[in-house]
Design a protein around this ligand. Sequence first.
Ligand SMILES: Nc1ncnc2c1ncn2[C@@H]1O[C@H](COP(=O)(O)OP(=O)(O)OP(=O)(O)O)[C@@H](O)[C@H]1O
Ligand SMILES: [Mg+2]
Length: 273
Amino acid sequence: MLRIEKLTKKFGRNTAVDSATIHVDKPMMIGVIGRSGAGKSTLLRMLNRLEDITEGTIIFEDRKVSSLTGADKRAWQADCAMIFQQFNLVPRMDVVSNVLHGTLNRRSTLSTLFNLYPTDDIHRAIDILDRLGIAEHAPKRAEALSGGQQQRVAIARALMQDPKIILADEPIASLDPMNAQVVMEALRRIHEEDGRMVIANLHTLDTARRYCDRVIGMRAGRIVFDGLPEQLTTDMAREIYGADATFSEEATSTEINTIDRSAAKAALAKVTA
Ligand SMILES: Nc1ncnc2c1ncn2[C@@H]1O[C@H](COP(=O)(O)OP(=O)(O)OP(=O)(O)O)[C@@H](O)[C@H]1O
Ligand SMILES: [Mg+2]
């Protein structure tokens, strides 16, 4: 369903992504790992066409994504919602309006200008917030929420677009371990229940191992590993992170390992009950 062929991005003489080929034949939850500067963000940004492609192609179902322009390109961008490390919410705006922003691309300028939203959209926004366990915060300003709650608002905004793919660029890098888990559980649930593809850049191995069906390791712009989490041995990790003999898994690990996954599930279930 998604075919990325020899995708390359050059910034001047620096090759950020070097001939990356990835084939995905069903909706999966994919984790992309690699050290800083490996090209993870650039890969995601090319996928949703935020970044120009130097060479290569992207095909999703019957769309040649890499050649889309104008309205077709915007339609694609609505189909692959992006989530960022810093949430990118409007801090002083209330939560539900932030979520409704996810429908901006299909609303008229006038209704946007006057903050007029169809009642159906408002109900849908509340339902999505409810699903993520944060409906009670709907009237609050986004800035009044914790990081983990804000990231769930960002996920809700993404879901408002009803995307086929969710691209998450280090979605938990600014969160404490417990919130990180709750956000990863939410992404996992969206993948499992809705059948949406999720591609997440993650800076830690343990998170990728724990939540993803497939892990892609990048090093200096190249894909050096593409396989199942259980195939990701310590030696392989060493190769991905380019570490020397002093490499230890702790160095690429958050405290996430120390928390029981069922605890995060329970935390999410409790707030969504
Ligand atoms: N807009 C840009 N202009 C020039 N060079 C860039 C630009 N964006 C990224 N790069 C370079 O491309 C390479 C890959 O960067 P990228 O941000 O994709 O890495 P990353 O794996 O996401 O790293 P991090 O883990 O730090 O987020 C780096 O060498 C970076 O300096
Ligand atoms: Mg990055």
